[in-house]
Structures are given as structure tokens and as C-alpha cells.
Design a protein around this ligand. Structure first.
Ligand code: ARG
Ligand code: GLU
Length: 710
């Protein structure tokens, strides 16, 4: 029976590991090559990653520190998502040039717009340095000694390699600290905006459709990487020239058919596939639901006011998007984990782990792990909950958060140099302008009332920031707060800053909004963090050992390390899915769907007149699918997460098929537990991207420099 259980569990996990799951290290892709080719791939692992000749990896970048981009021409032309380029598009936008609303297209290189602060990073090489990093590490050393030895080893290896290379050296842990890889990166800092569609295309569907299939977003923007005349990285200069890559992606016009092999190459940020059941349960059934409830209440308040007033709608658009993105995702995590029995599957697996552990060679390391996880996560829970309230209820009260900017000024004394004070005042004036530009007090009052009541109702006295325990009547407190606080009124804040003297800090020190902020932050610093920190450290240690144990239990299995913002290959098939009984989603959407969703009165569903004209004349040119329609987006069973936005999704021949930009919310649990039946990534079809660039924007100059394979 025991054996049976064990082999059943292994079978189950091996099956789970097939078809879509796994974020693979490019330099080790030869171990996946056979499977990838069996699934349809016609290129080799060496075509994807090589350090001996140019390979697809030379066309992939970490874009702006949070997304992925890919090079699509011999002159450094780069594609990423619209939502990844958004900040830079916004920075170049003004009332006269509203690129967010109207789009932007550089018709020649002189019109391309520099984006200070934006960089892209190319991975040049990676090396396995596990043995060197874990040199002198033993199983019985203390955690402190272990960390100290590892840091020293990393420092030494980095210094050695730095002597031999012009690249940036970094060493990162994989498999929760069981393996280490060294990355040689090259950072380019002159990246210019080349083009973007109007938001009605690039953000079509907006937050309403975010995380949802079927989807119709033309989520792309175009940049170009520049280098100095020798091709080396350089900060912006008029004399810089387009970067000439070792490799750029070819673009396929064939489109994505059901069942086709496809892979994504990019920078996934974070996954946690090897957590124990108790951790998954806590996240999906305790933490996420609290954050979802609190954010849901705030979003309801935003919605009510946003619907009443166009100005408020714009003021709160970005805040709404920020809160809404997590809100919807976490809802999907809870649903997905429960519906697809993620916790039970983990428990079943743990039974077999425990059985294996009892007979394992180093059994003393493993036999108590699962029991101890239960204990540690139980200890952690109230602090995690406290932190969730703090960040979602406390700090979403805007007046508190804004007052926090003045914390440093409130500590100024007669001894503080005037120069330092002047600098603070200048910064605070700017912050004040920015804050009030997008602030609507009736919203904040209502958020404050709602969140403080939530806090008092659901958090025990010891788990609340001190100021809350002095509140007798929330409504009265909120009235007083907005009446008394300096921060409720822009003119008063500005006046205060204009005439600031160190003797005036008392006014700040007594301000109820600043006091509340200090209480929130102090509670985290003095109560939550000191308790949570050591528990988390211990959990990290156990997690590392659990990972090691899982790998020892199934030595034949290929494990993929959790995402850690390094370059990865993930693969699967173009396919639709069945999220519920009776619901069967096709794998692609078309321009017909944009017309179906069209509604001139709903901001998210306004269709550009020119797009409509192209639709009416069916002027799709070579970008039409063989079925005659214009395909817009498609789903695939490829394992992705945040950070994969903008990543290329590629064909069996390694040609560009589309840009990844989202997942369907029924499958967002894939960060914790991947289920090939339900987890789907969403990409914009490259043919729609080209259609918009060519037919909609008329930027034929860009089309001409791409390598388009018919
Ligand atoms: N859900 C995508 C991601 O996780 C897209 C977010 C941006 N789009 C939006 N409508 N808010 O980041
Ligand atoms: N939109 C996400 C991003 O910005 C990708 C979606 C996901 O989490 O899979 O990276």
C-alpha cells in the first residue's frame, strides 16, 4: 500500500510536471530538448541559448526592471507591452501631445523620444556556481554561519569574475538556496520610445477585462535601444546609434493554431511552487480573501464616485488599476486553489514525502519538516494578517500616506542645516502638487470610515496600531481628522511649507494624520516585523531543506526552480480551456469581438474610428488569418507570471507569434499550484500588432526594418 501510494503520488506530480508546468533555466535546456521536440519544436536547445554563437537569448531583455522585451530588427527595435511602456508614454504626454489618448509614432529615427531612467538588460552568459558558493557549507552548521560563509563566497567569486569581464556580475539562488547561478549582464541605458497605439487599442478592455478571457487588448508598444558608436552601452547622447544585436527575432505571419507547440522566453518574477499545503491554504484561504475584501470595499467606493464625475474617473484611474490588479488576481487564486483542489493535492503529495522521509538516508533532516511547517505557519498567521490589514486598510487611507511624506520634516530642529531644510521643502511642495492633483477628499473620507471600521471589527487590540485603540467612534474620528489635519487642505499645506521654520514642527508633531501614519509604521517596525522576521527566516531554512528532500525523493524527475526574475523558458501548446462545466473557451479572439464590445459610453470599450473603418473595409492585408478574420489575442498552456509581460511567445521554429501580457484569472493559482487543464497565458497576436503599426498607424518605416516571414 505504501509503495503504491508513493508511486501514485510520483506519477501524479510527474504528470503535473508535464504539459506546461515549469520555468526552465536556459543554459540547462538540453534536458528539456527531447520533450520540447516531441511536442513539436523544430529547433534545438542550442538555438535558444548558446554562448558560442548567437542564439534567441540575444534578442531578449529585461525591460525597465519589471517586464520583458524582445529585439525585432537589426537596428535595435524592441517590442514590449503597452502597460510596460505606460510610464514612459505618460511622461512624454501633455495636453498638447496626449500620446496616451492618441498614440505616438516616430516616422523617422530623429523623432524617437529619449526615456531617462529606462534601461534594458541583456543576459550574456550564465554559469553554475553552486559548488563554489556552497564551499565549506555543512549540514550541521548554524544558519548564521551558513549565511555568512555564503555571502563571503559570493563576494569572492564576484570579485574574481569581475576582473575578467566588462559585464555586470550577479549571483542568484535557485531552488530556494540549493543551487546558485552566476549571470553576466549588459545594461543599455539609452532606450527611446518609437511608437504606441492609442489607449483605446493598447488598453482596450482596461481594468474591466484585466485577467479575463476572452480578451481584445492590443497591448504593445515599440522602443529602440541605442549604443555608442562602438556598440557599447552608453547614456543618452545625440551621437548614439541604434544598437546592432547579435540576434533579432523573425516574425511569423502563420498564426497560432490549436495544438501548436509554443514557448515563452522572458523574465518571470516570482512563483512559489514548492510550498507545503499549509502555506498554500493560508495564502488562498486566509490572506488573499482579506486583501480581496478590503480592496473590494475601496474599489466600490472609487467606482461610485468615478461614475458620477469624469474628472474623478481620470484622477482615480491609475489608483483603481493598481488596487484592482491584485484584487482580481487574488480572487482567482482562491477560486482556483479550491476548485481544483490545490491544497488536497499538496497534502496527498506530502503523505508520500513523509513516507519517503522515514526511510531516507538523512532522515533526521526531513522527518519533522512537515509537522514543523504546520507549527511555524500557525505562528506566522496573525502577523501576516496584521500586515495585510496594515497595507490594505491602513495605508490605503490616502491622507495618512500623504502625511507620511512629512515625517522627516517633523523631526527638524534648530540644528538642522538650512540647506537640508530647503531641499526637503522643495521636494514636499512637489509631492503636495502631485498628491492633490489626483485627490478627491469625499472618496478618502469614505475609505477612511470603511477601513477603520474593518480594522476595529476584525483585528484584536494587540494586533492594531496604537492610535486605533483610542478611537471611540470612527465617524466622529474621521470628521475630526479631516477638520483638524493640515493635510486635508492643499492651500494650508503650501502655506505651511512657504513659511516653514523649525519652531513650527510642533504643528506637524500634533497633526492627527501624521500621528496615525507614525502609529501604523511604528506598529509594523516594533511589533509585526520583529515577530515575523525570525519566523520567516526559519521557514526559509525549512523550505530549502524541503526542496532538497523533494529532489532527493525523485532523483529522476526534472525540477524547475521557482521564478526569481531571471531569464527562463516555459513551453506548452496553443489551446483554449474549459473553466467551468458547460463553458468552453476557444483559443483566439478576433476584431469581431472588439466590435461586439464597442460602447461609446463606456471608457474601456470605446473603439477608434479609424479601426472601425479598417474593420468595415476588411482591409487586413497579409495580416489576416487564413480564416479571413483579424485575430487579436490567443491563449496557450504556457507557465507564466508577473514579469513575463511583454515576453515573446514563439513558434516551433523560434519565430515570434505574439506578446504575452496576462493570464486568465481562473488560472492565477499557477504561482502556487500549476494545473495544465486551467492555467492559460494570454498573448496579443503579432499579426494584430503589425496590422496596427502598418494599416492603422501607417508606420511602414518600422515594418520595413522587421524580418517578417510569410
Ligand atoms: N494583469 C496584467 C498584469 O498582471 C496586466 C495589468 C495591467 N493592465 C490593467 N488593465 N490594469 O500585470
Ligand atoms: N500582466 C503581468 C505582467 O505585468 C503578466 C500577467 C501575469 O501575472 O501572468 O507581468
Amino acid at each position: 500500500m505504501k509503495r503504491l501510494l508513493l508511486s501514485l503520488a510520483i506519477l501524479l506530480t510527474s504528470v503535473m510536471a508535464f504539459a506546461g508546468e515549469g520555468m526552465w533555466i536556459p543554459m540547462l535546456l538540453q534536458y528539456n530538448e527531447k520533450e520540447m521536440q516531441e511536442m513539436g519544436m523544430r529547433i534545438t536547445a542550442d538555438d535558444i541559448y548558446s554562448i558560442n554563437h548567437s542564439s534567441l537569448k540575444d534578442a531578449i531583455v529585461l525591460f525597465g526592471g519589471g517586464c520583458t522585451g524582445e529585439i525585432v530588427s537589426d537596428y535595435g527595435l524592441l517590442l514590449t507591452n503597452h502597460h510596460c511602456g505606460f510610464d514612459y508614454i505618460q511622461k512624454h504626454s501633455s495636453v498638447e501631445h496626449d500620446y496616451l489618448t492618441d498614440g505616438f509614432w516616430a516616422m523617422d529615427r530623429s523623432q524617437e523620444l529619449p526615456c531617462p531612467g529606462l534601461s534594458v538588460i541583456f543576459l550574456r552568459e550564465m554559469r553554475d556556481v553552486t559548488e563554489k558558493v556552497l564551499f565549506n557549507i555543512t549540514d550541521d552548521m548554524t544558519e548564521e554561519d551558513r549565511q555568512k560563509t555564503i555571502s563571503e563566497n559570493i563576494k569572492r567569486i564576484t570579485a574574481e569574475v569581475e576582473k575578467q569581464t566588462e559585464y555586470k556580475v550577479s549571483i542568484k539562488p535557485y531552488f530556494l538556496g540549493n543551487e546558485y547561478y552566476l549571470l553576466l549582464n549588459e545594461v543599455y541605458t539609452d532606450v527611446r520610445l518609437v511608437g504606441c497605439p492609442p489607449s483605446n487599442i493598447g488598453k482596450f478592455g482596461g481594468d474591466t477585462d484585466n485577467w479575463v478571457w476572452p480578451r481584445h487588448t492590443g497591448d504593445f508598444s515599440v522602443f529602440r535601444v541605442y549604443a555608442d558608436p562602438d556598440g557599447h552601452p552608453a547614456d543618452y547622447s545625440a551621437s548614439n546609434i541604434p544598437y546592432r544585436p547579435a540576434k533579432h527575432l523573425e516574425i511569423s505571419l502563420k498564426g497560432a493554431d490549436e495544438g501548436d507547440f509554443a514557448f515563452v522566453f522572458g523574465y518571470p518574477a516570482r512563483t512559489s511552487e514548492y510550498l507545503p499545503a499549509v502555506a498554500v491554504d493560508q495564502e488562498a484561504n486566509v490572506i488573499d480573501p482579506i486583501a480581496v475584501r478590503l480592496r473590494g470595499e475601496i474599489l466600490d467606493i472609487y467606482n461610485t464616485y468615478q461614475e458620477q464625475d469624469k474628472k474623478v474617473r481620470i484622477q482615480y484611474a491609475s489608483k483603481h488599476a493598481g488596487l484592482g490588479n491584485g484584487w482580481k488576481k487574488w480572487m482567482g487564486v482562491t477560486e482556483g486553489i479550491n476548485h481544483f483542489r490545490g491544497v488536497q493535492k499538496k497534502r496527498f503529495y506530502e503523505e508520500s514525502f513523509q513516507e519517503w522521509a522515514l526511510g531516507a538516508r538523512n532522515r533526521y533532516m526531513y522527518i519533522d519538516l512537515l509537522k514543523n511547517f504546520e507549527q511555524k505557519y500557525k505562528e506566522l498567521e496573525p502577523y501576516r494578517v496584521a500586515y495585510t490589514y496594515l497595507s490594505n486598510a491602513g495605508l490605503n487611507i490616502e491622507i495618512f500616506d500623504f502625511a507620511g511624506n512629512f515625517n522627516k520634516l517633523s523631526q527638524v530642529t534648530k540644528e538642522t542645516p538650512q540647506e537640508e531644510i530647503d531641499k526637503m521643502i522643495t521636494g514636499l511642495k512637489k509631492a503636495t502638487e502631485n498628491f492633490f492633483k489626483d485627490y478627491y477628499q469625499p472618496i478618502d473620507r469614505e475609505v477612511a470610515r470603511t477601513m477603520l471600521k474593518e480594522y476595529l471589527e476584525h483585528q484584536p487590540t494587540d494586533f492594531r496600531p496604537g492610535f486605533l485603540n483610542e478611537i471611540k467612534d470612527v465617524d466622529a474620528y474621521v470628521e475630526q481628522l479631516f477638520e483638524k489635519s493640515l493635510f486635508a487642505d492643499k492651500d494650508r499645506v503650501m502655506e505651511f511649507l512657504e513659511s516653514f521654520k523649525p519652531s513650527k514642527v510642533k504643528k506637524l508633531q500634533k497633526d492627527p494624520a501624521l500621528l496615525a501614519y507614525q502609529s501604523l509604521i511604528g506598529f509594523y517596525r516594533d511589533e509585526v516585523n520583529p515577530k515575523m522576521g525570525p519566523i520567516n527566516k526559519e521557514i526559509d531554512r525549512m523550505q530549502r531543506i524541503y526542496m532538497k528532500g523533494q529532489m532527493a525523493m525523485e532523483p529522476e524527475k526534472r525540477f524547475s526552480p521557482d521564478a526569481n526574475f531571471t531569464l527562463r523558458v516555459t513551453y506548452g501548446k496553443v489551446e483554449g480551456f474549459k473553466p467551468q462545466d458547460g463553458k468552453n473557451f476557444r483559443h483566439f479572439t478576433t476584431l469581431e469581438g472588439i466590435m461586439e464590445k464597442e460602447n461609446p459610453d463606456i471608457y474601456d470599450y470605446v473603439v477608434e474610428p479609424k479601426l472601425k473603418a479598417l474593420y468595415n473595409s476588411k482591409d487586413y492585408g497579409r495580416y489576416a488569418d487564413k480564416d479571413g478574420t483579424m485575430h487579436v489575442a490567443f491563449t496557450a498552456s504556457v507557465h507564466t507570471t508577473g514579469g513575463n509581460s511583454g515576453s515573446p511567445i514563439l513558434t516551433a521554429d523560434g519565430q515570434l507569434l505574439g506578446l504575452n501580457f496576462d493570464r486568465c484569472w481562473e488560472g492565477t493559482m499557477s504561482d502556487l499550484v500549476y494545473d495544465p487543464d486551467i492555467c492559460r497565458n494570454i498573448s496579443v497576436d503579432i499579426r494584430y500588432v503589425l496590422f496596427i503599426i502598418d494599416k492603422f498607424a501607417g508606420a511602414k518605416n518600422l515594418i520595413a526594418e522587421m524580418d517578417i516571414v510569410e
